[in-house]
Write a protein that binds this ligand. Structure first.
Ligand code: 4AD
Ligand code: MG
Length: 477
């Protein structure tokens, strides 16, 4: 008999029918009640084993973590907590799980412990919910762009250029680490390396996405990106996924509109498709908050926060306005910020971003028109010649979730920016070429996928929204 997924079974409630279910045992009470979960939904199905119907040897193997298959009849449940259950006729233990050794005991484990057991943590309610939501968010993204005629473009992961010009790249090489070939100047001879030159893992697919947009009009990438930043924070990963749309014939306003529309679409999509998991995480947050001091608790529950984002316009504020707000803010005057804001031109730290979002505006904020000196070379220089048409979207509890800009489409301006910032022009002839042949205004942004998933799941640490996090010093699994 074909197996039915628990999600499907709980939805259709085929009372009186015989079904086969397969999954992993969460708990087994009184040698009678098995809570079975197959990951298709948060809910377990209860298997009821009549005492005396099964061999003792078999019953002994029904332990937490074991994989089992059961055949039985769906009946209305007498107990509370579930509407239907299965009266079991046959049960088979497919994969045993030694209860003395199985790391996940039926009790609450710390997030740190679960991270060390990331190979098993999918089997908890919390991680089941997080990864179902992560999946739905990815589907929602593809649907959003597909509905608007954007092409999904696969940009390379191996690259010879540093898209952000920030130099935080992982090298990719097949040269011997011990005895690399050397040049006459005693430097590593990368002309002998696999690609005949230095290669790295990409930090962004943007530059290639721009090439696509200048022919296909609207494109987006959705892939892994890598940054060798030594940031030990709850918001940084060395390997993270990024969504990067790029639009031809578009300016900064179009860019901000698209970003806000996309975030709202995704939130609405998740509220529609993941309500059960979101409710679970909402409750979880509520419990966690109880252990925090009053002033650190979030003012809204998870679902309330998501609805709030949907219903309110994001605040659009220029960098210059933001600096004035920060300069006159209490924490700045009382020198409570670690980095006190004095002059226009200062880079904003996460403490400043959080102040603007959480204390001042109390809603998502789009900051735009940043000083050119603190932004990347490809951003379009504004008429004031001091600022660039950049925008960052800041979210409560997360800080920067999106970074983007209108791109510099004027060849001469781009060239002089690259010169100022020491970006090699000969190697990037292709990037300059599209400014020579049919250049046009264009714009795009990057959404950090894990930061978004963190926001919609209320998970405190970014390491808990990607299956196997890579951070400085960690690459297990
Ligand atoms: O602001 P960033 O560096 O922008 C770019 O890479 C542009 N090329 C995007 C574009 O315009 N196409 O990164 C974009 C977003 C950030 O806002 C943040 O959400 C996320 O990527 N991000 C990280 N997420 C997790 N770990 C890290 N180390 C991240 N660095 C950036
Ligand atoms: Mg950024």
């Amino acid at each position: 008999m074909k197996r039915i997924r628990i999600k499907e079974l709980l939805k259709s409630e085929p009372i009186g029918e015989k079904v086969t279910v397969k999954g992993w045992v969460r708990t087994f009470r009184n040698n009678q009640f098995v809570a079975l979960n197959d990951g298709s939904t948060l809910d377990n199905i209860q298997l009821v084993l009549q005492l005396g119907d099964f061999e003792e040897e078999l019953i002994k193997k029904v332990t937490t973590g074991a994989a089992v298959s059961a055949v039985g009849t769906v009946v209305k449940s007498m107990g509370k907590g579930q509407s239907v259950e299965i009266t079991v006729e046959q049960i088979e233990v497919i994969g045993e799980s030694d209860p003395e050794k199985y790391p996940l005991q039926p009790k609450k484990h710390s997030m740190e412990f679960l991270r060390e057991n990331a190979h098993l943590r999918f089997r908890t309610n919390t991680f089941g919910a997080v990864f179902r939501i992560r999946h739905a968010a990815a589907m929602g993204i593809h649907r959003f762009f597909d509905e608007r005629g954007f092409l999904y473009l696969h940009t390379p992961i191996l690259t010879a250029s540093d898209a952000e010009g920030a130099g935080e790249m992982f090298r990719v090489t097949t040269l011997s680490a011990q005895y690399p070939p050397l040049t006459e100047e005693n430097e590593v001879d990368f002309s002998k390396d696999f690609f005949g030159k230095e290669a790295h893992l990409t930090v962004s697919g943007q530059l290639e996405a721009e090439l696509g947009a200048l022919a296909l009009s609207d494109v987006y990438t959705f892939g892994p990106t890598f940054r060798a930043e030594h940031s030990h924070t709850t918001r940084h990963l060395a390997e993270f996924w990024m969504i990067e749309p790029e639009m031809a014939f578009a300016d900064l306003n179009d860019n901000m509109d698209l970003a806000e529309e996309m975030l709202k679409y995704l939130i609405a999509y998740l509220l529609e498709h993941c309500s059960k998991d979101l409710e679970f995480l909402d409750q979880r947050l509520h419990q966690e908050e109880k252990n925090k001091p009053m002033d650190q608790r979030s003012p809204m529950g998870l679902i309330e926060k998501l609805q709030f984002c949907l219903q309110n316009d994001f605040e659009r504020v220029t960098y210059t306005e933001a600096i004035n707000i920060l300069r006159n803010s209490k924490p700045n005057k009382k020198k409570k910020f670690q980095f006190v804001i004095e002059d226009w031109g200062a880079d904003l730290q996460s403490e400043h971003e959080r102040y603007l979002v959480e204390k001042h505006f109390k809603k998502p904020v789009i900051l735009y028109n940043y000083p050119k000196d603190i932004k990347a070379f490809y951003m379009r220089v504004n008429e004031d010649e001091k600022t660039v048409a950049a925008m960052d979207i800041l979210f409560p509890g997360i800080g920067e979730i999106i970074g983007g800009s209108q791109r510099e489409e004027r060849l001469a301006v781009l060239q002089s920016r690259m010169e100022e910032m020491d970006i090699p022009q000969d190697e990037m002839f292709w990037y300059l070429d599209i400014r020579k042949f049919g250049s046009c205004p264009h714009a795009g942004f990057g959404l950090g996928f894990e930061r978004f998933v963190q926001f919609v799941t209320a998970m405190g640490n970014i390491r808990d929204v990607i299956p196997f996090p890579r951070t400085p010093g960690t690459i297990t699994f």
